[in-house]
Ligand binder design. Sequence first.
Ligand code: FE2
Ligand code: FE2
Length: 407
Amino acid sequence: MEIEEIRLPIGQGIAGRVAATKEILKVNDVIGFPLFDSSWDQKTGYRTKNILAVPMLARGSELVGVIEAINKKDGKFDDYDGSLLMTFGSLAATAIRDVERIVEREKFIESVVRSFGETIDARSEFTSGHSRKVAAYAQNFGSAMGLNNKDIKILYYAALLHDVGKIGIKDSILEKPGRLTSEEYQYIKDHVAYTRNILNAIDFPDDLKEIPQIASSHHEQINGEGYPVGLQDHEIHKLAKMLSIIDVYESLTARDRPYRKAMESKDALEVLLQNRGTSFDPELVDVFIEKRVYQTELRMHKRVNVDLAIEYILDVDGHIKGKDIGKGRVHNISQGGILFSSDIIFPYNKLIEVIVYIPDGRIKATAQVVRCKEIGSSERFEIGLRFVGLPSQSQAKLKKYLQNFSI
Ligand SMILES: [Fe+2]
Ligand SMILES: [Fe+2]
């Protein structure tokens, strides 16, 4: 029989009582004991005779759970059994709390690293989402290479952080809508030195110590012609070599820049092959292609096609004057945002207020413009909004709505 989860409130039943009182409960004859629930015995055919239930206490008093021992092999549960199980319970409780603390610390580090990545991604409208996408490739590339979890994590974090040094590059150069002069290009190359300085200032835990070195070597090439150092093949960290491949692939295939169109995947792979053995480690390029790492799913959320009404409020002084209230129809929606069309241009990165009308009600959100692209030459624009402030109620409504689409 499959083991099911049984839930009971604190105070109810034997385990619930122990949780409430934090005291040992010995029941040497369950028959007639008022807190004993015999329905499970009836369902399963098992026969409970006696129960020893103890609280699991971390650091002497903090309740983590309850352990029950059922049916002592010979005789009845005594005080010695009670204190033995109690000791075991507190050891387990302390271990569980320690693991929780480690997991919390990991989550904290990950959230800080991700927000660094988001910070730099928000900076540039041309390369928006670059760090996040490179990081998505990194995870796939890492598993395609058979790396262990620790190295996959290092590569993932290094990917999120690799361009963080662009924070030190002037907008006039970083966002220049045209080709860079060679002087400007030299200047942009400094971003890796900034990346190194910024990351060196972080006291990474031992298992993540290599991140600054890897992140700041993503423009090194195996023929020694990369920058900032011009490291030779054997001097470049393997994870940095992987990073350099996905960085280039992502940049080439990312959406159109003012000065060039986005490349098709096959053309970008051709670029990797042309530079296989000169810029890039040949074996790594082979794995990237053979294991189809380039087909990594880059979307954060699955989208569903829908037709819903929306209203938005723009309050900007750029392209749209004054306080505009607009209406439109959503084409697709995900937990992360919406796509719709409009005959006005929405400025990139602009925050707007939006209301989406779903059958069950309204979803109100603050959203950021992450896409504004003319549809053909129709003077209509496809607008992508990413939800940035979704109140928990709206979030729950949206989740429930999206569940209808079995995604
Ligand atoms: Fe870079
Ligand atoms: Fe990059």
